[in-house]
Write a protein that binds this ligand. Sequence first.
Ligand code: SF4
Length: 251
Amino acid sequence: MRSSSDEPSALGSVKRSLHSDLLHAFLKERETLRKAGWVVSDQESPAWWDDLESPHEIAIAAVLVQLNSWEKVKEAVVYLRERGLADLRALSGLSVERIDSLISGINFHRSKAERLKRLAELYLEKGDELFKQYETLRSVKGIGEETARAITLFAGNVMTVPPSDYLSRVLSRVLGVKLTKEEASKEVLRALGSLFELKLFYAGITTVGKLFCKPRPRCEKCIIRAYCKYADEALRVGGEAPAGVAGGQSS
Ligand code: SF4
């Protein structure tokens, strides 16, 4: 299942022990993860995404969340759920206009309604396998690599790691090595051995990126500062960012 894990690491600095330390810190800080919308759950549970209740809800939320706050998205999913419509089979029977009206509180609701309709049509063809099919998900206009991989990991329970800006920025700083999103994703996939670990690691890193590791990091409050080269260096040089890993996209 781990397509890239058998290749030798291009970055010898990424150690299994560091990943274990980070996983341990994320487990210990599960309440902090909860504040960022992540619920540490059984490895195949949909509840990781803020107590969502099914793979359908995760796929719908993944489409809605681009350029929207999580709070708005959760509200929209619950609204659909209360009407029996947080389900791709149910959405497939609705017109784009009707879906649009149901998600009108979401930014870019018209284009999101078109994406949901297409996803729902694909669900009729593929059934639950859709949640595992990266290429099929990518065929939907507007579903990019990160969204497709997020759906396959959290709805399809496929061993994969969404390549996100948070992953790149946080891991680059922790390791003291500049990593692209794709490099960071491959390194995590290579280092971790179970679905639970992948979900916990992704949830933890995203939490750190959202709450602490912003373009200007807040290391003093960060839950993984004990394992971070950037924080260590910054302490030694009196608060200056180490060269090469100070930047980062604003996610
Ligand atoms: S300690 Fe600072 S640089 Fe390191 S991950 Fe946390 S916020 Fe980012």
